[in-house]
Design a protein around this ligand. Structure first.
Ligand SMILES: [Zn+2]
Length: 392
């Protein structure tokens, strides 16, 4: 009696431990699934952010290009103005040289005239009179008189001429200077505009540098999220492996194949799930595998109509992706997919009705597969979901 009591206690304790174990696994799994979709969301956001940054960057770089074009256009206008200014400066210098020359000429003439007048004056009336008195005749006197006065007059005329020429050159020089002022002012405006454009360009350059920095940081974030995602998937895979082990390992023969509450039966008898669902962007179904699975019958999980029954191959004839595979529509918003079937083992074709449990194909390893297994998917409105809850 005592022994039987201990046995019962032992069974109870085991049951409690197993129950707790399952609860713990359930919580962790749903937590992991939640953080997996949260991480998916973060990855999407980071990718969107990267696209935005990239678009913003290429727009800004284009603006920088435009600014560079404008700056170089202004710069070439300034260069033209500089050439013109340098020509005008040369002309002004040359005009000034001529003015100086005229001035010297004028001063020289004036000096000469003054000297002569002074000499004539200092010589007194006598020498002036001498000229006149030495005239041999009245005609000679008159002619000598005119000679003196004409010398003076021609001197005056020459000086007036020099003065006039000097004035003309000065007027021309003033025009050049006015012109130069205008060019200087235009140049200053263009220089101002160039400085503004260069400032704008500096700002844009800084913005591009900032965007590059943002891009780098967002890229690093994205890589971190992707690493997180891989970690979560690895943890989920580990849990799936433990669950399979605790439900009888790869030998799933102890699992009753009565329809689940969703009306599904397991698509293969005698084998358990060895690789679980890893989220929409991870492993999009469950894998059944185990020793001796090659060639085992694959069953329709529920009655329905075959919508796809085909083999995916490369042009060289090698299988790819799902390999030999079948999709069945169950007309309740769900479809099931069976992949990697044995070559030529498909027993149904598109359009054909199938009943629950009917063999549709045999287990193979065609397509993207490294060993004999059945890849099984459940799709709700075309989107893969975790098949586990649909199965008994
Ligand atoms: Zn798979």
């Amino acid at each position: 009696m005592k022994k039987i009591g201990l046995k019962i206690l032992g069974i109870l304790i085991t049951a409690i431990i197993l129950l707790q174990y399952n609860v713990v696994i359930g919580a962790t799994k749903s937590e992991l699934n939640a953080s997996s979709s949260e991480t998916d969301q973060k990855i999407e956001e980071a990718k969107e952010e990267l696209e935005n940054i990239s678009a913003e960057k290429s727009e800004t770089l284009q603006q920088v290009e435009e600014l560079i074009t404008q700056i170089s256009s202004y710069q070439s206008e300034i260069d033209d103005l500089d050439t013109k200014l340098s020509e005008i400066n040369t002309q002004i210098e040359s005009a000034q040289d001529k003015i100086n020359e005229k001035q010297e000429n004028y001063d020289e003439q004036q000096e000469l005239l003054e000297k002569r007048l002074v000499a004539t004056y200092e010589a007194g009336e006598t020498s002036y009179l001498d000229v006149l008195l030495s005239s041999s005749s009245l005609t000679d006197l008159i002619s000598n008189y005119y000679l003196i006065s004409e010398i003076t007059e021609s001197d005056m005329e020459l000086m007036e001429k020099i003065e006039k020429e000097k004035q003309e050159i000065e007027t021309a020089k003033q025009e050049l200077e006015t012109n130069k002022k205008e060019l200087d002012s235009t140049r200053a405006q263009k220089q101002q505009k160039t400085t503004e454009l260069q400032n704008a360009k500096t700002q844009k350059d800084n913005y591009v540098a900032q965007l590059n920095e943002d891009e780098k940081n967002t890229q690093a974030e994205l890589e971190q999220f992707e690493q997180d995602k891989r970690d979560i998937q690895a943890q989920l895979a580990e849990i799936a492996r433990k669950e399979t082990a605790s439900s009888g390992g790869s030998n799933g023969s102890n699992i009753a194949n009565n329809p689940s509450s969703s009306g599904y039966i397991r698509p293969i008898v005698g084998y358990g799930i060895t690789c679980g669902w890893m989220g929409y962007s991870g492993h999009t179904g469950v894998d059944f595998s185990g020793s001796g699975i090659a060639g085992k019958p694959i069953l329709a999980a529920k009655a329905g109509t075959v919508v796809t029954s085909t083999a995916l191959k490369y042009s060289n004839g090698n299988y790819r992706s799902y390999g030999e595979y079948i999709v069945i529509n169950h007309h309740d918003g769900t479809m099931t997919l069976y992949a990697h079937g044995a070559p030529g083992s498909r027993l149904v074709s598109a359009g054909q009705s199938v009943s629950q449990g009917q063999q549709i194909m045999s287990v193979g390893t065609t397509g993207n597969s490294t060993g004999y297994h059945l890849h099984f998917e459940v799709r709700v409105n075309g989107r893969p979901v975790n098949p586990a809850p649909y199965l008994p």
